[in-house]
Design a protein around this ligand. Structure first.
Ligand SMILES: Cc1ncc(COP(=O)(O)O)c(C=O)c1O
Length: 449
């Protein structure tokens, strides 16, 4: 096998994850099995915070000038959001529904910031919810995405901190369409006085998010040019901006060397430092989704059939659906999830493509051929798809315990914490989700290794 993702190791020709025998777990709880480790989110948060603090110190800046928050759109499930509310520095949301979720974790969140992205003109329930939560005392910062929104919040006569998103020159997936979010440089100039001298709105944050995962560091710093231009305009106007938020885009750690994060922040901090003095250096915000959440989950599936192709490979049919479990591969042909064998690792391998068990032509887990152990008819070969913790469930509308797009076997789910206590949801619960039964869906289960 190639280099294993972080946390995975081999013992006695089977795959383990952080001291846990995956084969034992799947034999005890049956596949398809989704396994959550919410505490990895905290581990990733701590890693990034320490890394950036070191960079700040190396550039003679205060280590308090960095905060890492969680973009809950990556995975809105309770275990992650509650941990993020408690342990990370702030939460980022993008809808009214997200705010309903935040209210559920308000004890853990305390007075930490909630940053609101997405469109929210006055007619929307999102706008109304932001105003209501502000009045209830939440530290909530709407980030303005259009001139209309600016005037909508401005006409409230409510003392409020706001951010402004600066349109990026790059748009989603490298498309040629202009960025539809935020204000352009021209709009900022046109509405500068309203933005900076409003009697109730206080502009505290400049924000830009570039919707691709960072691979080329100098390019990403250059992508922020308009953000830096606006920041300079603010400095010239003697406006004190508390926060510069550079959105998400950090890659997951499994396939990224630690020095990548150091180098990215070295360059970013150096660039901002050129524009200001240490005294006025703003607090840098990272609102990470993928980086924090990807590694917190993996899926285990069983090969239920082998079908010889007339080509030079076999189909291994898995007892799940790629469309349900890793929908990002269907939406984005460039996205690949590794597939690792859990058992029979010492056996000779064969060239295969793994498909889902549904009748959907598009239901395969990868397009490039891979090697997996050879099997006989009665063998139970299990495979793991690591790194499914970010965006997979949210792309499906968090249909975590439903059978998904085809009525095939739903997924069992275990959540494992450092203390070894797991919550377990069984696949039978999907009937309840669809309105058929009234089963109890959640019980505590003690995991003894
Ligand atoms: C405004 C904003 N911030 C942060 C994120 C999180 O991005 P990532 O998951 O790449 O960290 C997104 C993702 O769409 C976003 O739109």
């Amino acid at each position: 096998m190639n280099k294993l993702p972080r946390g995975f190791s081999l013992r006695d020709n089977t795959l383990w994850f952080r001291g846990i025998d995956i084969l034992r777990l799947v034999n005890a709880h049956q596949s398809p099995l989704r396994i959550n480790f919410p505490e990895l989110l905290i581990e990733n948060y701590t890693f990034l915070t320490k890394t950036v603090q070191e960079v700040l110190k190396s550039q003679e800046l205060s280590e308090n000038k960095f905060l890492c928050g969680y973009a809950i759109k990556a995975n809105q499930n309770y275990d992650l959001v509650v941990n993020a509310a408690k342990h990370t520095s702030f939460l980022e949301v993008s809808s009214k529904n997200d705010l309903d979720i935040i209210e559920q974790v308000k004890t853990e969140l305390g007075s930490k910031m909630i940053i609101c992205h997405g469109f929210k003109p006055a007619s929307t329930s999102y706008f109304k919810k932001i105003v209501a939560m502000h009045k209830k005392g939440f530290t909530i910062i709407p980030v303005i995405n259009s001139v209309t929104e600016l005037y909508d919040f401005g006409s409230l006569d409510l003392k409020m901190s706001i951010g402004v998103r600066i349109s990026a020159k790059v748009s989603f997936g490298g498309s040629k369409l202009p960025d539809r979010f935020g204000l352009t440089l021209h709009e900022i100039q046109q509405h500068f006085a309203y933005l900076t001298q409003h009697k109730t709105l206080s502009l505290t944050m400049l924000h830009m998010h570039v919707a691709n995962t960072i691979s080329d560091i100098p390019q990403r710093i250059q992508d922020f040019d308009d953000l830096f231009t606006v920041y300079e305009m603010m400095i010239k106007a003697e406006m004190k901006i508390n926060y510069i938020c550079t959105g998400g885009g950090l890659p997951e750690r499994s396939y990224t060397p630690d020095y990548f994060y150091t180098e990215y922040y070295q360059k970013l901090i150096f660039r901002i430092n050129q524009l200001t003095t240490a005294e006025y250096f703003p607090i840098l915000l990272s609102e990470s989704g993928r980086f924090l959440a990807t590694e917190t989950q993996f899926v285990v599936l069983k090969v239920i059939a082998e079908k010889n192709s007339n080509d030079d490979f076999s189909w291994y049919v898995l007892n799940g659906s790629a469309i349900n479990l890793i929908p990002e591969t269907v939406l984005d042909g460039n996205k690949h999830f590794p597939i690792l064998p859990v058992n029979f690792i010492d056996r000779p391998s064969k060239t295969v493509i793994c498909s889902g068990a549904t009748c959907d032509q598009a239901d395969f887990f990868h397009t490039q051929k891979i090697n997996l152990p050879q099997i006989d008819k009665n063998d139970s070969l299990f495979v793991t798809i690591p790194g499914t913790g970010a965006y997979q469930e949210s792309l499906l509308g968090s249909s975590r315990n439903t059978p998904g797009h085809c009525l095939i076997e739903a997924t069992n789910e275990l959540t494992i914490t450092a203390s070894g206590i797991c919550s377990r949801t069984t696949k039978n619960d999907f009937l309840q989700t669809l309105g058929y039964t009234k089963q109890k869906s959640f019980f505590k289960w003690l995991f003894s290794r």
